[in-house]
Design a binder for this molecule. Sequence first.
Ligand SMILES: [Mg+2]
Length: 200
Amino acid sequence: MKIGLDFDNTIVRYDDVFYRVALEQGLIPANTPISKVSVRDYLRSVGKEAYWTEMQGYVYGSRMDDVQPFSNVIETLSAARDAGWELFIVSHKTRHPFMGPKYDLHEAARNWILTHLVVDGEPLIGSDSINFREQKDSKVERVNELGCDVFLDDLPEILNATNFSDSIRGVLFDPDDHHTDFTSAKRVRSWFEFKEFLEI
Ligand SMILES: [Mg+2]
């Protein structure tokens, strides 16, 4: 049995780091809510969208050491592995940022996975099980190819993609209740709920 996992905003939570970086760069008032979306919305509202675009490259390329997993990620992955599940990460992101220095974003994410999703010094998900694709379509193709039984993602459009195989149980990760009207597959609000879904 195989579990596929999206990476950005499913395993890793970026809210604190975007708030911190925007504050460091003097781009937001300190009373901006501590969330990635609030930072983006503020910068858009003051006509600084280009700073937002460049900040994403900087965070994903150079500040991954400041990024934390959501609560219960490691406990859940560890329990799943102990229960016999094979674990894969399948994510789409561009290899280089749209603007600014040419960080290798796949490499930065891969290093984070191998150094942060660790139990007793051993990575929970090995290098061979980490898959990055540049396009959403090829990400879904990879999920199908691996034969995942379950796939967890924060984007409804991935789980609803026309090429997403019917034999996969899609699970939407929706910690901030952005998609309360999502009914085409299971929706969980936390990794604790995902663990319950897996019955482990
Ligand atoms: Mg995501």
